[in-house]
Design a binder for this molecule. Structure first.
Ligand SMILES: [Zn+2]
Ligand SMILES: [Zn+2]
Length: 132
């Protein structure tokens, strides 16, 4: 099985997901525990003071805050996260042309085709309004 993990896009999302977790911890949206969620063993911090607990993106890097906190050992033993979704919930492919990435959050992918369909549904109402 060829892994998608080495595709540059995946690397970009991996980096963004890490940054998103760091930010969420800073803002206290997420709390970094001292215990590993898998082995339940308390983890002494490294000599440089950094925690040995790492965020594991089990659901994929496009869900940056959907994580488990694991020690380094357990993290290495876990299955790698799911590859990025290739299609939107309705089934349109996330091609570069069809993908809108929010410039502020850099990780939310929106399907442009879905946005177009939503616009098309709204259009008739607008036209009726203009005529009257
Ligand atoms: Zn562990
Ligand atoms: Zn779509």
């Amino acid at each position: 099985m060829s892994r998608i993990a080495f595709r540059p896009e995946h690397v970009r999302f991996k980096h963004r997901a890490r940054v998103a977790v760091e930010l969420a911890v800073k803002k206290r949206i997420l709390e970094k525990p001292d215990l590993c969620e898998r082995c339940n063993l308390p983890q002494e911090p490294c000599r440089d003071g950094r925690s040995r607990i790492q965020a594991h993106h089990h659901a994929g890097y496009d869900q940056p805050l959907n994580i488990r906190w694991l020690c380094v050992k357990c993290h290495a033993a876990e299955e790698p996260p799911l590859p990025l979704k290739t299609h939107c919930p309705v089934g349109h492919e996330y091609t570069p042309e069809n993908t809108y990435i929010s410039p502020s959050r850099q990780i939310d992918r929106r399907c442009r085709e879905c946005a177009r369909i939503r616009d098309r549904v709204r259009q008739p109402f607008r036209k009726v309004k203009n005529v009257s």
